[in-house]
Write a protein that binds this ligand. Structure first.
Ligand SMILES: [Zn+2]
Length: 188
């Protein structure tokens, strides 16, 4: 459902009479073309909306009060203008490869926290340390694979490993804070 906080919404500062955790809740920010960009606080999202830089596309159940008004709290906002976002930098580390893959063995699909990191093209065959060559593997698949490429071990990758983009970053590193984000993160 699309809601647009129109220009008729009074542009007045949002004043919280006491600390309001609702203002710190997470809001998904979409680019003008609906591509997920990042996550910000409700406080920041409302600044964007009242400044005419973004509009609410999904509202949460929360409300914030100013002196004489009550405003709906956005869950997802969309920028009015397309911005060219810099590529997200996620440090390549064992932990981040596990997060990218959702702690799921990329060969058999098992999920758990006792996972290992596998070099798809083995180190012995000069397989690099890169987002494209490191995947999460369970102990069984890793042992079965040994120092061989997957096809020689009769294993097949579930998906091609890639550097995290904005969608995978938000999905796996931040997490969908709200079910309303799911369609935009392709989680439905
Ligand atoms: Zn496995």
């Amino acid at each position: 459902m699309t809601h647009t906080v129109s220009q008729s919404t009074p542009r007045e500062p949002v004043v919280a009479p006491r600390p309001a955790p609702v203002l710190d809740a997470a809001v998904l920010v979409l680019n003008q073309n609906y591509e997920p960009l990042n996550v910000c606080s409700v406080r920041r999202a409302l600044t964007l909306v009242f400044g005419g830089k973004a509009s609410s596309v999904e509202l949460s159940d929360g409300r914030v009060r100013s002196v004489c008004n009550v405003f709906p709290v956005p869950s997802v906002v969309r920028l009015e203008r397309y911005i060219r976002a810099p590529r997200r930098r996620v440090v390549l580390s064992k932990r981040n490869v596990l997060k990218r893959d959702g702690y799921q063995c990329q060969y058999c699909g098992a999920v758990g926290h006792k996972m290992t990191i596998d070099h798809v093209v083995p180190k012995k065959l000069d397989g690099p340390e890169s987002w494209e060559n490191l995947v999460t593997a369970c102990v069984t698949c890793n042992a079965r694979k040994g120092d061989r490429p997957p096809e020689q071990a009769g294993l097949q990758l579930m998906r091609k490993p890639r550097r995290p983009n904005n969608v995978t970053f938000i999905r796996n590193f931040v997490g969908a804070a709200d079910h309303r984000w799911k369609p935009y993160l392709f989680l439905d």
